[in-house]
Design a protein around this ligand. Structure first.
Ligand SMILES: *Cc1c(COP(=O)(O)O)cnc(C)c1O
Length: 424
């Protein structure tokens, strides 16, 4: 089912016209379809039937409380990378024991907070972290359940900034060196080694990197067991890709089937940490055209959504489909244009060299597949308030994060005591 579609000439999110939201909330705004979120999570749940497996949603992709709660209601735990994310997961009703704490640089205070809250699993990425965590757990008089994240040295064939499972990436411990790390962990009194974790990259559009990695890790698990470790869990990570342009990512069902096949007989409880796949296509960014500026070689369509709202085109050379919210007439003439924001950076664009129907000031445009790594990467550069977030469910919609006022933004700052206050 298509959760964002034209109805009677206007783009809708499920049963709500985006222009109705724009009238009430203003632009730019993010809009998430609860139906699309539930459909993706439902496909995981169906595919995992009969497997000893569960999903811990990688909430860095979209950490909106309403989004996390939508998944938690369907049984998902959370994969977190900071104390802040832990607090969000707990606030959204995720049980602490369903939280997995990942990340390459956790601070002692963050590890302490995680253990105090009772998170279910900490994925350790270095020997130094094993020692820090052991010390923190010792202070609290607890035993921390851990996996060690290994780097299987497999090329995920994705963008350089989001590949994580190749030798030379900062993530995990090289699989050739990890045996030693497990030996060290096994001797630390406040750690309980429960398994192995991996996460090889993001926006993977083929299954073979998973297949190769799982085979390597399965061999490694056999070796660990013969070394006397009790390995009960295998955290497969996330990374499954979505459609931005014309990618053909595998279905969730096919992904799970491959994992099931490759882990057969391994006798491990599996954890999946999907982020992008659960939220990416379920969200859009809506902006309004401020003005159209014809240039010598192409036209610039300047919209009120910018790189501070969606940095993926600038950061990852990402391609996002952009469509007018008012449905163009069939066969309407198009013009070659760049869709750009108002920010003072040449890198501030949402799309370049697109053929779009003629747009004018006041028209709304929708940026597709913006639900993952969109709002969460937003900034207030140029003192632009963070774009609000809206959730649609059927014919209802709600603002789940309002747009801060500029007064709110200024009120968060202080002058040093030695400065004279500006006169009002
Ligand atoms: C980012 C991340 C994920 C989620 O990646 P997606 O590509 O969004 O699925 C899962 N696990 C870990 C450890 C991560 O860092």
């Amino acid at each position: 089912m298509n959760y964002f579609a034209y109805k009677k000439g206007d783009m809708h999110a499920e049963g709500v016209a985006l222009k109705t939201i724009a009238e009430q909330v203003g632009t730019p705004f993010y809009c998430y379809s609860a139906g699309a979120l539930r459909a993706a999570m439902g496909e995981f749940n169906r595919g995992m039937k009969g497997m000893n497996a569960s999903v811990c949603y990688a909430m860095k992709a979209n950490s909106s409380l309403a989004v996390i709660k939508t998944f938690a209601e369907m049984g998902a735990g959370a994969d977190i990378v900071s104390e802040g994310e832990m607090r969000r997961a707990l606030a959204a009703g995720v049980p602490a024991n369903r939280i997995v704490y990942s990340g390459v640089g956790k601070k002692p205070a963050e590890l302490m907070a995680a253990l105090q809250a009772g998170v279910g699993q900490i994925n350790v990425e270095s020997v130094a972290e094993l020692e820090t965590l052991n010390a923190v757990a010792g202070q609290l008089g607890v035993k921390a359940a851990i996996t060690i994240r290994v780097n299987p040295d497999v090329d995920a064939k994705t963008h350089a900034k989001i590949t994580t499972g190749k030798k030379g990436n900062k993530f995990g411990i090289d699989i050739d060196l990890a045996r030693e790390a497990f030996a060290i962990a096994g001797k630390l009194p406040h750690l309980n080694v429960v398994g192995v974790a991996m996460h090889i990259g993001s926006q993977l559009t083929t299954l073979s990197p998973y297949q190769r990695s799982i085979r390597k890790v399965a061999k490694f698990i056999a070796q660990l067991r013969s070394d006397g470790h009790r390995i009960d869990r295998f955290d497969v990570g996330g990374g499954l890709g979505i459609v931005y342009k014309k990618e053909k990512p595998p279905s969730i069902t096919d992904f799970l089937a491959i994992v099931k096949k490759e882990t057969k007989g391994l006798d491990c409880e599996l954890t999946f940490e999907p982020g992008r796949r659960l939220v990416g296509e379920a969200g859009v960014l809506v902006g309004e055209v401020i003005l159209v500026k014809p240039g010598a070689s192409k036209t610039f369509v300047i919209v009120d959504a910018a790189m501070n709202d969606l940095i993926r085109p600038t950061l990852y050379d990402a391609w996002h489909d952009i469509v007018p919210v008012r449905q163009p007439r069939p066969g309407a003439a198009t013009i070659r244009c760049d869709i750009v924001g108002p920010i003072c950076e040449s890198g501030d664009y949402l799309a370049q060299n697109r053929d779009l129907p003629r747009l004018s000031a006041g028209d709304l445009v929708m940026v597709r597949s913006a639900g993952a790594y969109g709002a969460v990467m937003g900034s207030t550069y140029n003192t632009r308030p963070l774009a609000p977030e809206v959730m649609v469910d059927g014919t209802r919609f709600a603002v789940t994060r309002p747009r801060p006022s500029i007064d709110d933004m200024l009120a968060a700052e202080r002058f040093p005591s030695w400065m004279e206050r500006p006169k009002p």
